[in-house]
Ligand binder design. Structure first.
Ligand SMILES: [Zn+2]
Length: 300
């Protein structure tokens, strides 16, 4: 299987959340989980392998915060290259021949709008991360949890310079109808601009719950011919004793898979609060091939 085999009209099963799995393995909420790529590689590999066993055919990397701007908050910005390279190797070891590895890049956490960061600083930070990831030959680069169109386009430019396929995914959870990013970007604006920038897939992740993704997926698919990446949260978290709890069950989550496919989803996985159990439950749907290939749907 290759990235280009994952085209509209087929659906490939991605992975679930990593952050919530790391917390289950003992990571404190205020630590940088990306640091585990160097300090606790066996635990990172364990999470990656748990998704392969569950049926994921696309595995991300533990690099959501591994850009120099985000890592500076933890005082480990000097380890950008080592952390990103180690992460791709760990996911590749777990994926073997079974799954593609998409290297994850999250937002910088700084706002262009308020001049907390400049466009040049963002470009430099995303370039450093993208080049470090590309040095280990992932199958694609995924820019995820984006909210600001300008930042996403800068990150996309940096990622495209590696020559790898690039996917850009936004969080549409705001506005009256929960269909804009917190910065006010609509699915149409995101899809249209990134498609014209030359990225290879567009998408939505995180958000408020899987049902909200059906209209968003339709709108992304209508606004662009590209494959659509969909990774919803297991609902909105509720704080129980200081811990974020996600209330959607794996079977409730999987019940929306067919509608998301019908809406144009080309990749389907889970964001915050989803676990290998969610992926296993999704994998049981006839929608997905259980083999190491993305699937066309027979007899729909
Ligand atoms: Zn999330």
């Amino acid at each position: 299987m290759r990235f280009r085999d994952c085209r509209r009209g087929t659906v490939t099963l991605a992975d679930g959340a990593w952050g919530t799995e790391f917390q289950r393995l003992g990571a404190a909420p205020d630590t940088c989980p990306d640091e585990w790529n160097l300090s606790k590689p066996e635990l990172v590999r364990q999470v990656a392998e748990s998704y392969i066993i569950a049926g994921s055919r696309v595995l991300l990397t533990n690099t959501f915060r591994s850009n120099p701007i985000s890592l500076a908050q933890y005082g480990v910005q000097g380890r950008v290259e080592a952390m990103n390279r180690a992460a791709v190797k760990l996911s590749r070891q777990a994926a073997g021949e079974t799954a593609l590895v998409f290297a994850a890049i999250g937002p910088s956490g700084k706002l262009l709008l308020t001049k907390e960061v400049t466009a040049n600083q963002l470009k430099d930070a995303f370039s450093r991360q993208a080049q470090a990831l590309a040095a280990e030959h992932p199958d694609a680069i995924l820019l995820e949890t984006m909210t600001d169109l300008a930042e996403a386009r800068i990150a996309a430019e940096a990622a495209l310079e590696t020559g790898l396929p690039v996917i850009v995914s936004f969080v549409f959870d705001s506005g009256k109808h929960h269909d804009r990013t917190i910065m006010g970007v609509t699915p149409e604006q995101a899809a249209t601009s990134l498609t014209s920038d030359g990225v290879h897939a567009i998408g939505a992740n995180c958000g408020r719950g899987i049902r909200d993704f059906i209209p968003i997926c339709q709108r992304l698919a209508a606004a662009s011919p590209l494959p659509v990446w969909i990774k919803p949260n297991a609902g909105l978290p509720e704080m129980v004793g200081g811990v974020a709890c996600y209330k959607t069950s794996p079977s409730e989550f999987a019940a929306s898979a067919q509608e998301l496919f019908d809406a144009g989803a080309t990749f389907l996985g889970g964001c915050c609060g989803t676990s290998p159990e969610f992926i296993r439950t999704l994998a049981e749907r006839s929608l997905f091939h259980s083999k190491s290939e993305s699937a066309s749907i027979p007899n729909r």
